[in-house]
Design a protein around this ligand. Structure first.
Ligand SMILES: [Zn+2]
Length: 369
């Protein structure tokens, strides 16, 4: 096993990893590229605020809001800076009680309108179930696409030009390239093969509406988190003091399906442990040392058995069926119909869109090259 000399990624746990002469991995390099493109710079943040302020009639911007630490921090910062955002929450019925409370506490105290976008629960779970049958790791991508559509759609209806989200490449620890994949055609093709219930209330990101939002409506996706001086531990403390906000115990654990995905599904099915991403991100930011991270990763992953049982019950598996899907042959998005070839073919277009902030840079880097 070979481990990166800078972070803790190794070639046993991280796919598509390569090392340079000094033993530094390609993901650290990718991080450095992004770090140079988006340096921490509070004056840039103020410039963006000036630009966004007053740009919409009712709201200045849309903010994708999960009630988690990152998006709560961002919401607080932009409201303090004088913006009038509409907080958009995508509710797939798997949010925890704590995160539901957090959503309400933060928005009500800040005086921010909260729009909850729902999808039919049975239908949503049927899409998730079809991804279990697909053999791919992508059982969670319908949540990301659903949220993206909810944001774009609200921005279009409210005539907002800006969408902000809590994404931060520094703290997320970019997931390995070519591993998690998502697009609308992919969701549709997997669901049409393995789904049982017609897709009616689930809003998918097909090319046509997406192009309208990108080109005609000119909606920009702005990622302010990377340019902010953000320390998660301090943010947690501040949110608790100001709003009575509560920590939910782990990165991405504000949602039970996400929790299941990170603590059970990925480690069991794909030998993939989210902690590698989180810890390596902390090492790259000098929040902890590499040795501390290597020590931490040795501890076993904690997973609440009750959550596994709840997933089995609510997705509608029998115990045998669940065992069966957890042991299906491993597949990837390449085994299904997707937009990937289209993204690659129109690389120049998406490059332009990236330059105009219409798609995130990470999208271009991961999907178009
Ligand atoms: Zn590395």
């Amino acid at each position: 096993m070979k481990t990166c000399t800078r972070c803790i990624y190794d070639d046993e746990h991280i796919p598509n990893i390569t090392f340079d002469n000094e033993g530094v991995c390609n993901y650290c390099k990718e991080y450095d590229t992004l770090d140079k493109s988006y340096p921490v710079d509070e004056s840039k943040f103020n410039e963006w605020i000036k630009k966004i302020k007053g740009s919409g009639k009712y709201y200045d911007c849309i903010l994708g809001f999960s009630g988690g630490c990152d998006s709560s921090f961002l919401l607080t910062r932009i409201v303090d800076a004088g913006l009038r955002p509409l907080a958009v929450n995508y509710d797939n019925h798997w949010g925890t009680e704590i995160s539901e409370q957090n959503l309400k506490k933060v928005t009500s105290k800040l005086g921010v309108d909260l729009l909850k976008v729902y999808v039919d629960e049975t239908e949503y779970n049927d899409i998730v179930k079809s991804f279990f049958y697909s053999g791919t790791p992508d059982i969670e991508v319908c949540a990301d696409i659903g949220l993206a559509v909810a944001q774009m759609d609200s921005a279009s209806k409210m005539r907002c030009k800006y969408i902000l989200d809590g994404h931060n490449f520094r703290t997320e620890g970019s997931a390995p390239t070519g591993f998690i994949y998502m697009d609308a055609k992919y969701i549709k093709s997997v669901h049409s093969l393995f789904g049982k219930i017609p897709m009616k209330t689930y809003k998918n990101m097909y090319l046509k509406p997406w192009l309208k939002w990108m080109v005609l409506d000119g909606i920009q996706r702005v990622r302010l988190m990377p340019i902010l001086d953000y320390n998660k531990e301090e943010a947690k403390k501040e949110l608790k003091e100001r709003f009575g906000w509560e920590w939910y115990g782990g990165h991405h654990f504000e949602n039970k399906l996400t929790y299941f995905f990170h603590t059970y599904f990925m480690p069991t099915r794909f030998n993939m442990d989210q902690r590698y991403f989180d810890l390596s991100a902390s090492v790259r930011m000098n929040r902890i040392t590499r040795d501390e991270a290597l020590e931490e990763i040795k501890k076993p992953i904690k997973c609440d058995k009750n959550v596994i049982d709840e997933v089995i019950r609510r997705i509608g598996f029998t115990q045998e069926e669940f065992e069966k899907v957890m042991n299906l042959p491993i597949k990837s998005y390449k085994d299904y119909e997707t937009y990937h070839e289209t993204f690659k073919r129109y690389k120049w277009f998406f490059w332009m869109m990236m330059k105009m902030n219409r798609v995130p840079k990470t999208f271009y880097l991961k999907y178009c090259r």
